[in-house]
Design a protein around this ligand. Sequence first.
Ligand code: ADP
Ligand code: MG
Length: 401
Amino acid sequence: MNIHEYQAKELLAKFGVPVPAGFAAMSVDEAVAAAQQLPGPLWVVKAQIHAGGRGKGKFTELGPDAKGGVRLARSIDEVRDNAAEMLGKTLVTIQTGAAGKQVQRLYITDGVDIAKEFYLALLVDRETGRIAVVASTEGGMDIETVAHDTPEKIATITIDPATGLMPHHGRSVAAALGLKGDLAKQCAKVLSGLYQAFIGTDASQIEINPLAVTDKGELMVLDAKVGFDSNAEFRHKDLAELRDLTEEDPMEIEASKYDLSYIKLDGSIGCMVNGAGLAMATMDIIKLEGAEPANFLDVGGGANKEKVTAAFKIILSDPAVKGILVNIFGGIMRCDIIADGIVAAAREVSLSVPLVVRLEGTNVQQGKDILAQSGLPIIAANDLGDAARKIVAEVKAPVAA
Ligand code: ADP
Ligand code: MG
C-alpha cells in the first residue's frame, strides 16, 4: 500500500524527522486557509498523486507551457490561482503512464531556500535480506538516471537486523553525502528517525528525494514516498485509513476484498490460477503460444466457490478479455470442489467468452466429470501446454459473423 506525500510527512514527523509545515487541501478554499496558517513569504503548492516526477510533470488540460505539479507561490493569491488551476486536472509524469492521474488533493507547504539536494532511501534488499540505505549526492533527480549514468554517486549500506541501526551507519551515510560537523549529526538523526519509522510501520520503502540542506544549515525532508508491506497490514490497522482508493485500480480493489492477488495486464487472455508460481508459469506459456495474458490472478490455496465466482466476475469485467484459461492444481483443495465452483460461477456470470480448464491433482477425474456433465461449453485440457494452445486457438479464431 502506498500513501500520499503529505501523509508520509505527517507520519515521519511523528518519528522526529524534520519536515516543513504544511496542510492537505481538497478545494481552493482549503488551500487558501492552509496557506494562511503558514508564515510565508514562500509557499509550495504540490499535487498529491501516488507518483513521482510531479515537478517536471505536465497537465493534460493545460498548454505545454503551463507549470508542473509542484509550484512555488509568493503570495496567498498565487496559492489560490495555482490551486484553482491544478485541482481536478490530469497530471502526467514519468511514473503515471500516458493516461496520467487526476489531482484531487493538494499539499500546501512552507517553501524553503534550498542550498543542496540529496537522495536518501530505505528499502528491503532481498539479496542480503536486510534493510538497505541508499544515499546519493545527486538529489532532486530521477534516481534511475543517476544509477544508469553515474552509479559511483550512489552509496548503499545494509543494516544487520541483529544489531539494528548503529551510530556508524549514520556516520557512513553522512560521509557518503559529504556532510560534516553539525550537518553530519543532523544526518544521523534523520537516518535514525527514518529507520524507526521503517521498522515501526513495517514499511517496504521510504524514499526521500530530495533531502535538502536549507540556507539556514538545516536538513529537511522535502519529498517523501512511503510504501508498506501488505503482509503486515493486519498489524497496523491505524494505517489503513491512509489508503486512497481513488489512486488504485478498481478491479484490484475488488480483488483485494476477496483476498485474491490480481494485477491487470494488457493482453486478451484472462487467467485464473491457484498459486503465484503456477500463475507466472501460466502467463509464460500463454506468451510462448503467441498471445498475451490479460491479468495475473492467484486465487490462493483456499479457493472456494465464492472466490472463484468473484475471480470470474473480475476477469469478465475487463472488456479486453477474449477468453479465459483456468489452471488449477488441486492439492489441499480438491479438484471436484474447484469444478463445482467453476460451474456455479460460469452459470452465475453467464459466461460470454471461451473457457479452457485444466485441472490436475486430488480427485481430478471427479472434477473433469463435473465439468463434462455441466452442459456448459467448457473446453477441457489435459496439461498446461494443451490448455495454452487451446485457449490461444480459441481467442485467435476468426469470429463468426
Ligand atoms: P516530485 O519528486 O514528484 O517532482 P518533489 O516534492 O520532489 O516532487 O518536488 C520537486 C522539486 O521541487 C524538489 O526537488 C525541490 O527542488 C522543489 N521543492 C519541493 N518541495 C519544496 C519546498 N517545500 N520548498 C522549496 N522547494 C521545494
Ligand atoms: Mg521528489
